[in-house]
Design a protein around this ligand. Sequence first.
Ligand SMILES: Cc1cc2nc3c(=O)[nH]c(=O)nc-3n(C[C@H](O)[C@H](O)[C@H](O)COP(=O)(O)O)c2cc1C
Length: 362
Amino acid sequence: MRYRRASSIVLRIVNNEIQCYNFIQKKGKSLSIEELNFVKEMNNWVEEIDFLSAFKELSLERIAGKIFALTEFGIIIKEHSPAEVDDSSYKENWKWGDSAGLYHFSIKNNKFISERQQEESFARSLVEKAKKTPSPAVFNENQNKYQTVLNYEKPDFDKGIFKVMKRRRTIRSFNPTGPLTQSELMQSLFAGLGIVSFRNVDPIGLLPLKMTPSGGARNPYDAYIYCLNVTGLEKGIYHYSPTEHSLGLVNKENLPTPGDMLGSQPWINNASAVIFLVANINRTMWKYEHHGAYRVMLIEAGHIAQNIILAANALGFYGSPTAATYDNIIGDTINGELGLLHSCVYAVALGHLGENKNLYEQ
Ligand SMILES: Cc1cc2nc3c(=O)[nH]c(=O)nc-3n(C[C@H](O)[C@H](O)[C@H](O)COP(=O)(O)O)c2cc1C
C-alpha cells in the first residue's frame, strides 16, 4: 500500500501544538515534529516500509496506528482510495490556490443554525449581543458628514420597472396548493440564465450572452430545479439547458425535502419549485487562474438569482433566496453530477404567497 501527503492541507500553531487540517475532508490532527518531518517529505508515493525506517523506535503496531491516524484525519492519502480522487482532482485542477481553496471547501456542507431550538437560542444570543455590542449602523447618511449634499426626490416606484422591483420580498410562507405553471417556471429560468445571443471568440468558440452579466462570459452556473408543484410536471429534479431552453429530468427517486437540502429550513418545503444555482467552477477558472476570480463566480449567482426573482415578481409570484446550501445532499440528489469543481452557491425558492399574507412579518 502506498501513501502521499494530502494536497489540501494547511498548518497552524495553536497552544504550542502544530495542527494540520485537510480542508477538503474537513478534518485534521496535531502532528509531532517527527511526523511533520516525515509528512513534509511525502511529495510522492511512499511505501509502508518507508514508515518503518522513519520511525525505527516504534513497534509495528504503533506505526500501523500512526499510518491509520494520518490517513483517517486526512493528512496523508492512501493510493486508490476515494480520498485520492478528490485530492488528485484538487491538485490537478484547482487553480485558485490554497487560500481560496481553504475558504471554499471549509464553508461547504456546514450545519446552519435554523432548526427551531437553535433558532431560538440564536435569537436569544443576538439580543444579548445587541445589548453588549450594538449592531453597526446598517446605513450611512450624507447629512452632517459632507459639506455638499444634493437631495433628490425618489422615483415613483409604483411605475414602470420599479413597480416590479418594489414587489420583491423574501417570503417564507408559500402556498403549498397554489402551483406554478410550466410557462411561469420557464420564464423565470430564462430571465436568470436564458441566452439572448452568442459571441464567437476565436479560438475559444461561442460564448453565450445572457440577461445577466458574467465575468469573461464564462457563465459558470447551471440550474437544477426541484419541481414540487408545477402543473403537469412530475415531481423531481430537472436540469435546465439554456441553449435548448429545455428541462431534462435528472432524478425522481428518493428525493429529500428541499428544506433538508437547504440548511434544514422547513419553510422551503411549501415552495412550488426550487432553483439550485450550481457553479461549474472550471468554466471560470479555465480562463481566470487568479484567485480573485473566486469573487467573480460568487457575484454572478446574485445577478442570476435577482433576475429570476424579478421575473417571478412580474409574473405575480415570489422568489426567496437562500445561500444555506448543503452541497453534499444536493450532489447526491442530482445523481452525483456534481464533482469537486462544482458547488451549489445559491438557491431560489419559487411560489405563491401562503397563509401569512403580511409580507413583513415572515
Ligand atoms: C445571499 C443571501 C442569502 C440568504 N439566505 C437566506 C436563508 O438561508 N434563509 C432565509 O430565510 N433568508 C435568506 N435570505 C433572505 C434575507 O434574509 C432577506 O433578503 C432579508 O431578510 C431582507 O428581506 P427582503 O428580501 O424581503 O428584503 C438570504 C438573502 C441573501 C441576499
